[in-house]
Design a protein around this ligand. Structure first.
Ligand SMILES: [Zn+2]
Length: 213
């Protein structure tokens, strides 16, 4: 994986615009788990800056988009960014802007707003160690024409598959998995969102183990 850089913090001098933001600032909410278990929404990136120190970011892709409008040709840079804390929180975001730098910055903010918990576990029948090195079961995601399947692997396997899935899984803190992708996997953004959606479903699917807790 490429060198991850730590995301820029923006909470200095922050004036929260939302209730959740105010509760985070005064310390009434001290973890992202609180936000998700109460069904609250993250509408300000500073919430993530405060609650997930050490969040890393990766630029997954940059493209150039041109569009004909009534006012003439409009060109923009498109950036796709993933953020993660390496222990189960992940976000993916995209943005189109006139400049590369501002596209990356805006995509990073979007990724922070999209941060979700990822359930990790050991869903590998060959392994069965019960530790959080992989995912608990096989998951699938789709975006546009791109599909991805993520399959739990035994400890020590590492990440097997394309660069984008591997980068995102690493940011989420998943170490051992096979990934299989389908469709036009070079489509900028689609692969990233497909992986994000697949990992999201680690929490959507309720397994019998959850019924007793
Ligand atoms: Zn295991």
């Amino acid at each position: 994986m490429a060198q991850s850089t730590e995301t820029q913090k923006s909470e200095a001098g922050w004036v929260p615009r939302t209730n959740v933001g105010r509760m985070v600032q005064v310390g009434q909410i001290v973890s992202l788990e609180d936000i998700f278990t109460q069904g609250l929404k993250i509408n300000e990136p500073e919430i993530v800056d405060i609650l997930l120190p050490g969040l890393k970011q990766e630029v997954l892709g940059i493209g150039f988009v041109q569009k004909q409008t009534d006012a003439g040709e409009k060109s923009r840079f498109k950036a796709i960014v993933a953020v993660g804390n390496g222990t189960g929180f992940l976000g993916v975001g995209g943005a189109k802007m006139r400049q590369v730098r501002s596209a990356i910055d805006k995509a990073t903010l979007q990724a922070k707003l999209n941060v979700v918990p990822i359930r990790r576990g050991c869903g590998s029948w060959e392994c069965g160690c019960g530790q959080a090195h992989s995912i608990p079961f096989r998951v699938r995601g789709k975006c546009g024409s791109v599909g991805i399947e993520i399959i739990p692997g035994p400890r020590g396997l590492g990440l097997v598959g394309g660069e984008t899935p591997k980068t995102i899984l690493t940011l989420a803190g998943v170490k051992d998995c096979w990934t299989r992708s389908f469709g036009s996997t070079s489509t900028l953004g689609s692969m990233a969102y497909a992986v994000y959606e697949a990992l999201l479903s680690t929490y959507r699917i309720v397994t019998p183990k959850d019924w007793v807790t």
